[in-house]
Design a protein around this ligand. Structure first.
Ligand code: ATP
Ligand code: MG
Ligand code: MG
Length: 289
């Protein structure tokens, strides 16, 4: 009747929101299928522009800023809402995950990072140089560039950040998953060799690719550190969305990107579409195995 209070509407089966990767504590599950992510202005600008772009069906709906306990949040659709015990995978797209401006800043004001040194040593004790060892610290850009050579980011234009399978098993240990074969194995495990789900993902990714090739937003932004979120459940329902625009920045006009040309510092190219091409190729091969 339009006047009934929201509380009188029996909630659908509550679906707990699940975070696969990313900064814990940046998120709150909101009411009515909303998700709150710690506010940044850059991400807000992107989400606002995306609501006006042809990419809108491929990103979570954006609903403005809300405050919780003195903290601002961007409110967006929780993409898991219409799934039943979903399997979830986060693929970080592109051939680099730092912005050109971060590279420039880090050169101007080099800030040695102890935490990143420790992460580096955890993965490969041989990785730090003698100088870095003496400092017990590495520069952020050095850490990021090093990390990208370990995973498939540089060689395939995407990397698996983390996934949660339908049985609840989580895996975020893909830092050294690099070769096409290793990536395919992980994807195989994620889709559980289900051709229906594979086909659903492929159709959606090809639709996304067509829209990306003509989107004004995409052409005019450097898209770095952004992910594709893959979601499916046992009913065979699948979805793929673009998420995480914390490091997506507008280009100075009239500069545009094709997102496939190899990166040379200064050209701002991010390899996003090249990575999507590779991901589509791999999933297509899996279908024909
Ligand atoms: P990082 O920058 O470290 O990648 P972040 O803090 O910017 O992480 P996101 O990458 O935006 O966070 O999101 C982290 C995780 O939260 C995703 O991998 C996904 O599991 C979940 N998530 C993010 N946005 C949504 C959404 N709209 N609906 C459902 N789940 C989401
Ligand atoms: Mg992310
Ligand atoms: Mg982020």
């Amino acid at each position: 009747t339009g006047t009934s209070s929201p509380l009188s509407v029996p909630p659908k089966k509550p679906q707990p929101w699940v975070q696969v990767v990313g900064h814990a504590g940046s998120f709150h599950a909101g009411d009515y299928g909303m998700l709150l992510k710690r506010y940044t202005e850059g991400e807000q600008k992107c989400l606002q522009r995306l609501m006006e772009d042809s990419l809108r069906p491929f990103v979570p709906g954006y609903h403005g800023v809300v405050q919780r306990a003195e903290q601002d949040y961007n409110m967006m659709d929780d993409l898991l809402t219409h799934f039943n015990s979903p399997a979830i995978m986060d693929c970080k797209m592109g051939t680099r995950t730092y912005l050109e401006e971060e590279l420039v800043k880090a050169r101007e004001r080099p800030q040695p990072r102890q935490d990143m040194y420790e992460k580096m040593v955890d993965v490969d004790p041989e990785a730090p140089t003698a100088e870095e060892r003496a400092l017990q610290a590495v520069l952020k850009t050095r850490y990021m560039q090093w990390r990208e050579t370990l995973s498939s980011t540089t060689t395939l234009g995407f990397r698996i950040e983390g996934l949660k399978k339908a049985d609840g098993v989580c895996n975020t240990n893909f830092k050294r998953t690099k070769s096409r074969e290793e990536v395919m194995q992980a994807l195989q495990d994620f889709v559980g060799c289900n051709a229906l789900i594979l086909k659903g993902y492929l159709r959606r990714m090809k639709d996304l690719r067509l829209v990306l090739e003509t989107s004004i937003f995409f052409r005019t932004h450097e898209v770095v550190g952004s992910s594709l979120l893959f979601v499916h459940d046992s009913t065979g329902k699948t979805g793929v969305w673009m998420i995480d625009f914390g490091r997506t920045v507008p280009l100075p006009p009239p500069l545009t990107l094709d997102h496939r040309t190899p990166w040379i510092e200064g050209n701002r190219e991010d390899g996003y579409l090249w990575g999507l091409d590779n991901l589509i190729d791999i999933l297509t091969d899996m279908l024909h195995l």
